[in-house]
Design a protein around this ligand. Structure first.
Ligand SMILES: [Zn+2]
Length: 329
């Protein structure tokens, strides 16, 4: 092999240590991130489980106890941190982590499962959209997380999905991509949430021609770096390896981009000394980009890395998602 064909390494052990150490850093930034703590836990657990390292790296009982301590009795959902108000994003993350450990959600119990479903259903507005919490922000992200959470709880019904999906379809733009609200600018993360909501509810057929959308998604690859961006004219960023590639995977169009170049870009964003993955080469690493970099590598070639296969719709291992009943009505 010549020097120009040098194969880039994946620093698995360093990434495991990086994820596990998140909780012990206790930096100022860490405490500032209280409102993201439950999401952070999900990003860490997904990173580890995909690398086949969850069991040895994190104490399962402590993780589950932490999640249960974030239960908000007033509203019946999960907050990001103990005593925080429930929000749909932290509720989704809590359910995803619990489901990875315990497919039947037995640890939650029937009563809390029911209350969680009621909390989510109560966030739906008359136009089909969802608020993140009772304070009223609306975004297609919340429709996706609501559909996903209700699917994890086996609580999806047509009364909920029909208006929600109508709202999602109203967010599609002339370029084939989606925004956060009807008429809002197309953005790759919003494409993922809209395609994901369609996929969870078995409504992908509503995209009668997905060529335009596939083209828009594949134009997100920035050359020569090979990384993906979220909108035209923006810099590539590792997290779009997930938002864009998972959307293409759901549409069965992964091969519409150069996967080798994307793989190289993700590997270049690793910190070879301290572990973790940043948004771009040589930038500060964080748990969010570490998770979506690893998730992206799993979508590209999970066997090569000896990873678990990831489900592009749920961002959880397929060995977990294939066990529960998918929405088929
Ligand atoms: Zn990013």
């Amino acid at each position: 092999m010549s020097e120009t064909e040098e194969v880039k390494a994946f620093y698995k052990e360093k990434h495991i240590a990086f994820v596990v150490d998140q909780d012990s850093h206790r930096s100022f930034e860490y405490w500032l991130s209280e409102h993201l703590r439950m999401n952070g836990l999900y990003w860490g657990v997904v990173s580890l489980v995909i690398m086949n390292a969850l069991e040895d790296a994190l104490p399962q009982n402590e993780v589950i106890d932490y999640i249960l301590s974030c239960w908000d009795e007033k509203t019946g959902g999960f907050g990001a941190f103990p005593k925080h108000d429930a929000h749909i994003l932290s509720t989704t993350s809590a359910l995803q982590v619990l489901k990875i450990y315990d497919n039947e959600l037995q640890v939650l119990g029937e009563e809390k499962k029911e209350q969680t479903a009621q909390f989510i259903k109560g966030l739906q507005l008359s136009d089909g959209s969802f608020q993140g919490d009772r304070f009223g922000e609306v975004d297609t992200r919340f429709i996706y997380t609501a559909m996903l959470s209700l699917s994890l709880l086996d609580e999806l019904t047509i009364e909920i999905t029909d208006p929600a999906i109508k709202f999602v379809m109203a967010c599609q733009n002339f370029d084939g991509a989606f925004g956060m609200l009807p008429g809002a600018e197309s953005h790759a993360a919003q494409v993922f949430t809209c395609i994901g909501a369609l996929a969870v509810t078995d409504n992908l057929h509503l995209l009668d021609d997905d060529t335009k959308l596939g083209n828009w998604l594949s134009e997100r690859q920035v050359l020569p770096s090979g990384g993906l961006n979220g909108r035209p004219e923006k810099l590539p960023d590792v997290c779009y390896s997930w938002w864009v590639l998972s959307s293409l995977a759901i549409l069965k169009k992964k091969h519409w981009i150069d996967l080798q170049k994307l793989e190289d870009f993700i590997l270049e964003c690793q910190d070879s000394k301290d572990g973790g993955i940043g948004d771009r080469p040589d930038n500060q690493t964080d748990i969010y980009h570490t998770c979506f970099g690893i998730a992206g590598l799993s979508l590209i070639d999970f066997e090569k890395y000896n990873f678990k296969e990831i489900d592009p719709i749920y961002c959880m291992p397929t060995e977990v998602t294939k066990k529960f009943r998918k929405w088929k009505k």
